[in-house]
Design a binder for this molecule. Structure first.
Ligand code: CP
Length: 336
């Protein structure tokens, strides 16, 4: 694997391999000294043309925990505002010796262009492109699902490594139309054997969804009652990608919330083991109530923590090879 551009590019074996590497990375993060020397001398550039809190910080943390040099590039405050093209930005990064470029861009396909235009030798990681894909989010979601529902050794279970998500039912609820998280999750979770139901108002379901490997429902209460999902993944209502405040996609925030929001009443109808997920950032009071977001079954903060281990695994596998387990960095090799 030279780049990570799309969750749909991963086979089941490749996805499980990344999750297993992430589990080993996560184990190193409970040590007193968390830093590994694995990517010493390598340069990772975070190239962010669109806002981010979790993904940017998570990739920065992951790269630093692997001892890489990290350059953070934000389009705001850069020469992009003077009209510099993606090509010239890429050529600049190439001249500076970037080994990996983690890119978030408002244009779907920008990471693919960076990877294949011949401007860069670096590995390219898609950190979210337009409404297309966000593969490391799907990987950290799969990692979180596996830890909670498929038995991970770090939780005392015996069969985590090598496990997929076979038989799990995941309901992905909300603004599917604008969601790169939904696209990547449908691809990855179904590759790993899960059954996915998308739940959204008809106006927020993409054209062509019937060709996606999942079910579609317009009725959240029916999906929760009949489908008994093992996980409910709430999506952010992406008002910035809508033409105005509500954008005409739903009558009002209150009506959206009543029909598609996860609140205390709906939470109480879920099976006892069901976990609540959200990629963040959340619109509290719109797609998820504070009661649901802060409930003991919400794993939203844990998703963020798991993101560091997953991104360590991705950077490790792209830059340091596929064969060695990450914990081959022995404790005495770790350094502050
Ligand atoms: N989940 C996610 O991509 O969050 P950020 O936009 O904060 O990176």
């Amino acid at each position: 694997m030279k780049h990570l551009l799309s969750a749909a590019d991963l086979s089941r074996a490749e996805a499980v391999h990344v999750l297993d590497a992430a589990a080993e990375m996560a184990a190193t993060q409970s040590r007193e000294i968390k830093k590994l020397p694995t990517l010493r001398g390598r340069t990772v550039v975070n190239l962010f043309f669109e806002d981010s809190t979790r993904t940017r910080i998570s990739f920065e943390t992951a790269a630093k925990r692997l001892s890489a040099d990290v350059i953070n590039f934000s389009a705001k405050g850069s020469s992009v505002s003077k009209g510099e093209s993606l090509k010239d930005t890429a050529l600049t990064l190439q001249a500076m010796g970037a080994d990996a470029v983690v890119v978030r861009h408002q244009a779907s396909g920008a990471p693919h262009l960076l990877a294949h235009a011949g401007w860069l030798d670096a590995a390219v990681v898609n950190a979210g492109d337009g409404t297309h894909e966000h593969p490391t989010q799907a990987l950290l979601d799969a990692f979180t699902l596996r830890r909670h529902l498929a038995g991970d050794p770090s939780l005392g279970a015996t069969s985590g490594l090598g496990a997929d998500l076979d038989g799990l039912h995941v309901a992905v609820v909300g603004d599917v139309l604008h969601s790169r998280v939904a696209r990547s999750n449908v691809a990855l979770l179904t590759t790993l054997g899960a059954h996915v139901t998308l739940v959204a108002p008809p106006t927020l379901v993409p054209v062509g969804v019937e060709r996606w490997p999942c079910e579609v429902s317009y009725d959240l209460d029916a999906t929760l009652a009949d489908g008994k999902p093992d996980a409910v993944m709430m999506l952010r209502v992406q008002r910035e990608r809508m033409s105005s405040a509500g954008g005409g996609f739903f009558p009002s925030p209150l009506e959206y919330s009543r029909a598609y929001g996860l609140d205390g009443r709906r939470l109480a109808t879920l099976p006892e083991h069901t976990i609540v997920m959200h990629p963040g950032p959340m619109n509290r009071g719109l797609e998820i109530s504070a009661e649901a977001a802060d409930s003991p079954r919400a794993v939203i903060v844990e998703q963020v923590a798991n993101g560091v281990a997953v991104r360590m695994a991705v950077l490790y596998l792209l830059l340091a090879g596929q064969s060695d387990a990450p914990t081959t960095a022995r404790p005495q090799e770790a350094h502050a």
